[in-house]
Design a protein around this ligand. Sequence first.
Ligand SMILES: NC(=O)CC[C@H](N)C(=O)O
Length: 201
Amino acid sequence: MSSAPPVIGVLALQGGVREHVRALEHAGARARGIRRPDELDSVDGLVVPGGESTTMWRLAVAFDLLEPLRERIASGLPAFGTCAGMIMLADRIEGGVPGQQTIGGIDMTVRRNAFGRQNASFEAPVEVTGVDGGPVEAVFIRAPWVESVGPAARVIGRVPRGDQADRIVAVRQGRLLATSFHPELTGDTRVHRLFVDMVKG
Ligand SMILES: NC(=O)CC[C@H](N)C(=O)O
């Protein structure tokens, strides 16, 4: 017997919203954009997309969403952040603009634009714990990396090789998930399936 698909919101202030909606629907969820605090009440999970974390933070404040997002996530709403969305889910950031705030939730320190200029965009096969069937082809676009995680968070993916081998690029903490890269851009929906399973679980 199959239960009703979970409803997953995609924070639609800015960034790669449509791609996540598509990937979530492929992964067996119903997806919708979220722009207002009351829309948070009717979702079982939330994706915070990539884009620009400084703009997303400013818009979240302007739309009175930052506090409601913090409250919902603190009270157990499963969430998945990609790239700028990873920054938004970090408890601590480095390289932010003055005063930059996050939603938080994951006990980690994330460095913005960490991979630097020559290497601002690249792809690499990343093994993600909990995703079966071989590495995920990870697309990094002016991506952050995770400097460190606290005891509550678990590293589930690292850069496989090259100058930045072993940099942490995927983290999980309970029902919160974050990747430096963009699984919504590749057509491979295994990371979204992992999140949909976390939401169902
Ligand atoms: N592709 C992305 O989401 C880039 C993130 C962006 N560099 C930021 O700081 O928010």
